[in-house]
Design a protein around this ligand. Sequence first.
Ligand code: ADP
Length: 267
Amino acid sequence: MIVVKVGGSEGIDLEAFCRDLANCIKSGVDIVLVHGGSHDTNVLSAKLGKPPRFVTSLSGVESRYTDRETLAIFTMVYVGKVNKYIVEQLQKQGVNAVGLSGIDGRLLEGSRKEFIKVVEDGKRKVLRDDYTGKVEKVNVHLVKLLRDNGYTPVITPPAISYESEAINVDGDRAAAVLAAALGAEKLIILSNVPGLLRDVNDASSLVTEIRRDQIERYADFAKGRMKKKVMGAAEALAEGVREVVFADARGENAVSRALEGKGTVIR
Ligand code: ADP
């Protein structure tokens, strides 16, 4: 079984992606899909007069500040718009997809951060009222129920906290925890870049292969949001997933190309 994560950044044609994904599933590849929705969330937030606010943790990791209002917009886009669009497209291609957020059936559960320490405009701040956290537990039984009965799960943040609050979690790391919990042999992370690049401005600087014990060395190339993908890859490999692939979600045959190993293969 393979966990595929498709990002929500600009430039990804989800219709083409779903067409290829459906072909792979119909040819017998057993897939659980996880997706994002960051770009659409930024667009809707701005339209609703609440522009997105990104904060940087003291260790330099960027995340979306998610107060209660942002959480509602986040859920509208990830669950309401993107999840249902993907399910619609897969259904159109003859795949019996079921869309679930991490809240449903406590599919993705974890701890909510009580507060976050960030640096903003050069100043250190403590932010409360932030609904973010980290996935630690997966309802494997629920996923199994669906898969055993011929349904393809399409999974998206938010997750649920132990106190039953919806929480914004990083999709790449959620996919990594999910892949490990389900005993997936492979995790494929698709985004709007060809894979891990030595230089983010040079598409020809693709790193094609990384030995799992050398992942730390390559982590320095990853800037911004790519950092979480590398962290997720390391977590998945440490928990028993044999291979992680970073590949391009853009254009035709994105899933097939990644299955052939085009991109950055870590094993
Ligand atoms: P998604 O929303 O598809 O999950 P993100 O936007 O979170 O994807 O992360 C992918 C982005 O990471 C790329 O668009 C790129 O700008 C950035 N990035 C930073 N460093 C690297 C790198 N070394 N290689 C590839 N992408 C990188």
